[in-house]
Design a protein around this ligand. Structure first.
Ligand SMILES: *Cc1c(COP(=O)(O)O)cnc(C)c1O
Length: 439
């Protein structure tokens, strides 16, 4: 049994489990698991949770922090706007500041939490999708998350264009599951005179592929094409450097890897180069108004600089507090340490999958650690997805399926152990071997 920097070698289940034990023992982030509520079955037995890419688990501290705000509300009513640790009037400062490191913002001015993800795609497209003459097309991926695709279609139609001609959907090459960098950049180059916006995910939700964000931003910017990213599966999962990459805008939700709870408020990044551009079209609201004079209730709209100027309403405090308590854990652990553990966890997962069920699956996720986050997506070659899923459920493994044959497994460095990963692959192997599972 050897652990090289990139490769792990395992020849039996016993060796695999022993290696998990060693890796868990030397895990610097091991203490963080205890800071989360871990789901259990009706007998009180812990489940093996591999679904943080869909809904992150709840930090224990969140209960107490929410309770504090409920008490403030109950005991002081409107006073809560002005007093307390996160006074409601400026609660967006707490979430912005705590996120700067995680998204590679230069200053908190570049980040704001508001609304929910799809709403923010629309708001940012209002600012950055400004078709003019021959430049009216949007470049997205063929397998974009449906909500993103619907939003782009709606925006294109809103400007009087036909989605058929105005949306370029880039697909992987025949027989491949992920997009090639040269194909993405080549398309931008080729369509440079027709593109009004380039909009890609940071991490593709189905395949787990990390898109080459820096190169996409560089190429699009060179031709003065605005570029935005949907980081729903990227923030809290991989390291991103949005400011340095020159990304115009990015949006993400905070209930996946950010563990901020169902429907929690979404994040927006707006590059500093646009911070003082009052000409950017925006759907304005009073919370985006200059803070110092907001309550003078003037008619003329004066935006706050940066992402803050795009806020519409006063923030949903009870949906923002869990972001603060969760981001504090990220700060304590450090995003670089989180990513380092994540790479190991996923390499361990990959190694076990290839060793023990390799002939039964197709890997959709790139094998290169730099081209993936923590998620590995596999396609079942013969086994029936529904039956595999029911078996996994029956033994307490929670992971996510996409019809007709894709299983997404997502070990999360803040709360998953190497032994969890071992259990998942062992159960998956049992599931596939069970009689009657084949179609
Ligand atoms: C999860 C996810 C969404 C969800 O959108 P909501 O507006 O939060 O419901 C949208 N886009 C992508 C890429 C996602 O991964």
């Amino acid at each position: 049994m050897r652990i090289e920097s990139r490769k792990m070698q395992i020849s039996s289940w016993e060796e695999a489990e022993a290696l998990a034990g060693r890796l868990d023992a030397e895990d610097d982030l091991a203490e963080f698991r205890g800071k989360f509520h871990l789901p259990r079955d009706t007998n009180g037995k812990f489940k093996t949770y591999m679904c943080g890419n869909s809904l992150g688990l709840m930090p224990r501290v969140t209960t107490q922090r929410l309770q504090q705000h409920l008490e403030t509300w109950g005991q002081t009513g409107v006073e809560g706007h002005f007093h307390g640790k996160e006074a409601w009037l400026t609660i967006e400062d707490a979430t912005s500041t705590l996120s700067s490191n995680i998204v590679g913002a230069k200053s908190p001015l570049e980040v704001v939490y508001m609304n929910t993800l799809t709403v923010n795609i629309h708001l940012m497209m209002v600012a950055f999708y400004r078709p003019k003459g021959e430049r009216f097309k949007v470049l997205i991926e063929q397998k974009a998350f449906p909500s993103d695709d619907y939003a782009v279609q709606a925006q294109v139609k809103f400007h009087g264009h036909d989605p058929e001609s105005a949306i370029i959907r880039l697909r992987p090459r025949e027989g491949e599951s992920t997009l090639r960098t040269e194909d993405i950049l080549g398309t931008i180059e080729r369509e440079r005179d027709s593109l009004a916006l380039v909009f890609f995910p940071g991490v593709q939700y189905l395949t787990g592929q990390v898109l080459p964000m820096a190169a996409i931003a560089e190429t699009a910017s060179r031709h003065s094409i605005p570029v935005g990213f949907d980081l729903a599966h990227a923030v809290g999962n991989i390291e991103v450097f949005l400011h340095d990459w020159g990304v115009d805008f990015a949006v993400w939700c905070s209930y996946k890897y950010l563990n901020a709870g169902p429907g929690a408020v979404s994040g927006v990044f707006l590059h500093e180069k646009h911070a003082h551009n009052k000409e950017l079209p925006r759907l304005a609201g009073w919370w985006g108004y200059d803070r110092k004079s907001r309550f003078q209730m003037n008619e003329t709209f004066i935006p706050q600089p940066g992402a803050y100027g795009f806020q519409l309403s006063n923030p949903p405090v009870l949906a923002s507090v869990p972001i603060v308590s969760s981001l504090e854990l990220f700060e304590e652990a450090g995003i670089t340490n989180i990513r380092r553990k994540s790479e190991k966890l996923t390499l361990y997962l990959e190694t076990l999958l290839l060793k023990f069920v390799g002939s039964e699956i197709e890997m959709l996720t790139p094998l290169n650690p730099e081209e993936r986050g923590n998620q590995i997506s596999i396609q079942l070659k013969r086994a029936n997805l529904q039956k595999v899923q029911s078996f996994l459920e029956s033994v307490g493994v929670v992971c996510d399926i996409r019809e007709p044959d894709v299983l997404r497994i997502s070990p999360v460095p803040l709360y998953s152990t190497f032994h969890d990963v071992f259990s998942v692959v062992k159960c998956l192997s049992d599931a596939i071997q069970k009689q009657g599972l084949h179609n």
